[in-house]
Design a protein around this ligand. Structure first.
Ligand code: UDP
Length: 234
């Protein structure tokens, strides 16, 4: 399958059309940004890690009854995915307090939450992806009540499957962000699952194995991306 017209270029990936209107090709870049694009850099090999790791995770989720966009890995940076209509929300799940949650609520990073939480943010860079609640989503006609329920149930199921999977490879899943899409009237997972979009801490040492090393200038960025790929491919 060949890449056609470039449909969209984001911060970390490009999306191309193909000869089949139902399929796109995603190409993962090494470019990294943080703080809504304020901080920019390159993480050598990140595109390869994110592509391969996301595909492994999507396959695991598919095997457990979650519909995803994954169709076929083409090469180390490119994958054929189902074309979807993206629901313009970032769906964030948290198991442990970190990042913006810790800041907003004054809860120390690393505090285990009594139950997993979910928050929606409106996907809008110009507005800084503001948090949005269910009533707002309905009022703005971003999703229907039925879709909201489907999105919440699916996201918590994804969380449970990911937590279990990562536990087996010595990784705590602190939090993550996903985007969902519509295809044939159904909601499917249409996003990467990678160190760019998840917080991963080593079970033993609590060492950060994710993009926080880039955000917070902790060093060893490339190394932890490789480490995560090594762990998921073992
Ligand atoms: N996240 C993401 N993209 C975003 C915002 C957040 O992938 O635009 C992920 C982030 O990597 C973390 C989780 O969502 O795993 C929660 O992020 P948080 O709200 O704490 O924001 P941050 O502290 O990264 O600004």
């Amino acid at each position: 399958m060949e890449k056609g017209e470039l449909l969209y270029e984001g911060k970390a990936k490009r999306v191309y059309k193909t000869e089949d209107p139902k399929l796109f090709i995603v190409s993962y870049k090494d470019d990294a940004t943080a703080f809504n694009g304020e901080k920019k850099g390159t993480i050598v090999g990140k595109g390869v890690v994110n592509n391969r790791m996301s595909n492994i995770m999507c396959q695991m989720l598919e095997d457990n009854g979650i519909a995803t966009h994954l169709v076929k890995e083409l090469n180390e940076r490119e994958t054929v995915v189902r074309a979807v209509e993206i629901v313009p929300l970032e769906v964030i799940v948290r198991n442990v307090a970190a990042g913006s949650f810790s800041k907003r609520f004054g809860v120390e990073e690393g505090t285990v939450l009594k139950n997993p939480t979910l928050e929606f943010c409106l996907k809008n860079d110009a507005l800084g992806d503001p948090m949005i609640n269910d009533y707002h989503i309905l009022a703005l006609d971003i999703a229907t009540e039925k879709e909201l329920k489907e999105m919440r149930e699916m996201t918590f199921k994804i969380n449970a499957l990911l937590v279990e999977h990562f536990k087996k490879i010595g990784v705590k899943l602190i939090d993550f962000k996903i985007e969902l899409g519509r295809v044939d009237g159904k909601i499917i997972l249409a996003d990467e699952i990678s160190p760019d979009t998840c917080r991963f801490w080593d079970v033993e040492t609590n060492e950060k194995l994710d993009k926080d090393r880039f955000r917070r200038d902790l060093g060893g960025v490339e190394e932890v991306y490789q480490e995560m790929l090594n762990r998921v491919t073992k």
